[in-house]
Design a protein around this ligand. Sequence first.
Ligand SMILES: C[S@@+](CC[C@H](N)C(=O)[O-])C[C@H]1O[C@@H](n2cnc3c(N)ncnc32)[C@H](O)[C@@H]1O
Length: 223
Amino acid sequence: MLLAVADRLDGSGRLVGIDASEAMLARAAGEVRARCLRDVKLLPMDAHELDFADNSFDYVLCSFAFLAFRDKRRVLHEFTRVLANGGSVCLLDSYGWFFQHDPRWTWLEEVLRSFDAVPERESAPYGPGYLEAALKKGGFDALAMRERSCQLLFSDEQEFWRWLWSHGTRGLLEAVPRDRLKELRQALRSGLAARREADGMTHGTLRAALARGRTTHSLQSGR
Ligand SMILES: C[S@@+](CC[C@H](N)C(=O)[O-])C[C@H]1O[C@@H](n2cnc3c(N)ncnc32)[C@H](O)[C@@H]1O
């Protein structure tokens, strides 16, 4: 996401990207080099403990990570702290699981449930208004809220399996005992093949919500 922002800024601002994962940062660094981007810094950091001075930034963009944070209140507090007065925060994330966004994928939830991979409480996933509500609760003035759907396309089972391990659904796969993973993969292979469409691909939908807010710095007393 940082790279998309860099393209838009076109050198008119300085960007700092953080991630807790060194591997993710290394991939981003490769892209930064390949695109010859200047004024982009990448740092390993936990969003719960930002190693930046107060009032350091005009904008905070948190992309596809918010729902994974252990203590969302604390992270929002950190965002407030590092933002200049009147600075903006933008939370962008999917909500619920992708297989709950598209009736063509109910089969996957059934398969995962049969492997005890989807916890019961997940039957009531976060809704699209969740990010906006979190911002308001975190003391931000909520400015805008949007929803977008994007198309998912899988050409084969191998691509799909790798994709499942590459983001939040990884947590579900990790809940499956190792000695049952082969069986799970076989069930997914059959499920995917049965739903292949006329173009030879399996289609899906991913919904994401974006909430933007502005800090008023009224939380200062709580620091
Ligand atoms: C789905 S990826 C999104 C990556 C990137 N932000 C983007 O939008 O392209 C989620 C990322 O959140 C990172 N992450 C999860 N918890 C974190 C935390 N507490 N602090 C910093 N990064 C975290 C993960 O390491 C992972 O790279």
